[in-house]
Design a protein around this ligand. Structure first.
Ligand code: AP5
Ligand code: MG
Length: 190
């Protein structure tokens, strides 16, 4: 399997680039943010809990996310590979992912780390907020998401660096230019 972790700050283009990667390489896409938003829309127990964290821009607790991810992954049996978008976000999640994949005879192949400076992230998310309807695309929540990224999430890059799997990619430019940079890296593993 070709398993790609796409990692980066809110608004760095994880979702946008995931869509292109799955089409190009025939992979499945798991976005924990999308799964949580679907749960919120359906009003499930998990959705109600997640809502409280997401509107504040905080991380949903690890155990809830890991359980949820395991269930989604079970539904992807027979897949050529998965793009993990927005997961893992903590060391605990990264270790859980490794364990889940190892149990299925596979592992994370590589991690793409998109880099975009904060002014640009803020502009992109405020712009998206005009139409997205996302409860976290407002200035206060964006600020706390950026803080949470800087303090709690960004240090996870080190974990994949130590495993020799992390690729830093400039996330500024046109969507196509950025995709070319990513494609060049993924192609090395085919
Ligand atoms: P999640 O849904 O993952 O949101 P996020 O990380 O804040 O990232 P976004 O989805 O906002 O941005 P993106 O990087 O996907 O960028 P996009 O492609 O949309 O998580 C939401 C919340 O759920 C978290 O805050 C947390 O509470 C919870 N959660 C989720 N996963 C969790 C986990 N594992 N553990 C704990 N909690 C979890 O692009 C952004 C905008 O920019 C778009 O409008 C796009 O069109 C535009 N754009 C994209 N590329 C470019 C470009 N090159 N140039 C100009 N504009 C561009
Ligand atoms: Mg996204």
């Amino acid at each position: 399997m070709l398993n790609v972790v796409i990692f980066g700050a809110p608004g760095s283009g994880k979702g946008t680039q995931s869509d292109l990667i799955i089409k190009e390489f025939g992979l499945d896409h798991i976005s924990t943010g999308d799964v949580l938003r679907a749960e919120m829309k359906e009003g499930t127990e998990l959705g109600k809990i997640a809502d409280d964290y997401i509107v504040k821009g905080q991380l949903v607790p690890d155990e809830l996310i890991i359980d949820m991810l395991a269930k989604v992954l079970d539904g992807k049996e027979g897949s050529k590979g998965v793009v993990f978008d927005g997961f893992p976000r903590t060391i605990l999640q990264a270790e859980a992912l490794k364990k889940m994949l190892n149990e299925r005879g596979t592992d994370v192949t590589l991690m793409i780390n998109l880099h975009v400076e904060e002014d640009e992230l803020m502009n992109r998310l405020l712009e998206r907020g005009k139409i997205s309807g996302r409860s976290d695309d407002n200035i206060d929540t964006i600020k706390s998401r950026l803080d949470v990224y800087r303090l709690q999430i960004a240090p996870l890059a080190e974990y994949y660096m130590k495993e020799g799997k992390r690729y830093a990619v400039n996330g500024v430019g046109t969507i196509e230019e950025i995709f070319e940079r990513i494609k060049e890296i993924i192609n090395r593993y085919l």
